[in-house]
Design a protein around this ligand. Structure first.
Ligand code: NDP
Length: 328
């Protein structure tokens, strides 16, 4: 089987595409013939060794995989079942999806809804499933399309693109924040964004504790000053869902939005989300995501292209989602 393999010894880091024997795979109940993996921001950090994502060496990266079951010691899965895996620390502690085979725990797998091809399930991947978790959080807060506009930051990235598409499809007025308004403005409008703002409006340090209100809800992938400024401009009793750190992990803010406007800040962690919640998110993706829009969001690469694309995603140069055809 071909695989991307990361290794680290003292200060020496390597990333290679190698041939491995199948028995090199770690223990697990289900052997999966991986058809597609993807590159998420976290994979970019792992593959470029920019952040301590990998906790065990050597490591096959890839937090996502989609494919078919080859064998299973668990009754719940049988040969030929189509499955997707998002998170659960694969590609971090346990060998992940950037290989032609993966051996994993049955509890980490989710059945691919019939509405999606295996390719589409990969194209959605962790980014799309996380976007759906964020939308669920806004709904559970009680927001509806009548509540007011919803901001999506990092809108041209993976989570952002899917979030814009789902929200617009549900009838929300979507404000898309991007650092690439000039080059990706038409793309964001085609996904359903009603208006665009340049992310520099939100990324400065030292913004006011309370600003003029601009949205009722937000999905934020940036963290740091962006998240502080998003909170400050959220309408009374609105809701901000934080899921990322593309600008930074820090968050310097005040309690003003919380105690003077009753704003709620909700966190989303897709990696360890319960199986029940995953099923809910994937079912909702099947009904609420217009899969015809995936085409404009996705670029497809092979295993040999992974190192370069990983650098691109960390540099914020990637539009939408990257699907990796591991057999290519
Ligand atoms: P992408 O790289 O696809 O998208 C990130 C986007 O953020 C970029 O495309 C860019 O969009 C924007 N961005 C980049 N740099 C900055 C910056 N300095 N300030 C503000 N915005 C910036 O990544 P993903 O969509 O895969 O992930 C987005 C974030 O969400 C990451 O931090 C990732 O780790 C996190 N994440 C968290 C999950 C969870 O479970 N909590 C699951 C999945 C992802 P634009 O050019 O449009 O501004």
């Amino acid at each position: 089987m071909r695989a991307v393999l990361l290794n680290k010894t003292d200060d020496d880091f390597s990333c290679d595409v190698v041939d491995l024997a199948e028995d090199a795979l770690p223990d697990g109940e289900v052997l999966v013939a991986v058809e597609y993996s993807t590159l998420n921001y976290k994979d970019g950090l792992a593959i470029t060794d920019s952040s301590p994502i990998v906790r065990s060496w050597p490591m096959v990266p890839g937090v996502d995989l989609a494919g078919t079951v080859l064998s299973s010691s668990e009754d719940g899965y049988k040969v030929g079942d189509r499955v997707v895996l998002n998170g659960w620390d694969v590609g971090e502690k346990h060998w992940g999806g950037l290989a032609e085979r993966a051996r994993v725990q049955a509890a980490w797998l989710t059945r691919i809804p019939e509405d999606f091809s295996t390719y589409e399930a990969a194209a959605i991947g962790t980014a799309g499933y996380t976007a759906m978790l964020c939308v669920l959080a806004l709904e559970e807060h009680g927001l509806t399309p009548e509540s007011g506009p919803i901001l999506v930051t990092g809108a041209a990235g993976g989570v952002g693109s899917v979030a814009v598409s789902i929200l617009a499809g549900l009838g929300y007025e979507v404000v898309a924040s991007s650092g690439r308004v000039d080059s990706e403005g038409d793309y964001l409008r085609s996904l359903g964004a009603a208006s665009l703002i340049d992310r520099v409006e939100l990324s400065s340090e030292g913004g006011r504790p309370l600003a003029k209100t601009r949205w009722t809800g937000a999905i934020d992938v940036a963290g740091s000053h962006t998240l502080a400024n998003v909170l400050a401009a959220t309408a009374p009793h609105g809701c901000v869902v934080a899921c990322g750190l593309a600008q930074g992990m820090d968050l310097v803010t005040t309690v003003a939005p919380f105690i003077l406007r009753g704003v709620t800040l909700v966190g989303v962690d897709s990696v360890h989300e319960s199986q029940e919640r995953r099923q809910t998110a994937w079912s909702r993706l099947a009904t609420d995501l217009d899969v015809s829009q995936l085409e404009s969001m996705v670029s497809e690469i092979g295993l040999d292209d992974v190192p370069k694309s990983a650098a691109d995603i960390v540099a914020g140069k990637v539009r939408g989602r990257i699907v990796v055809d591991v057999g290519r």
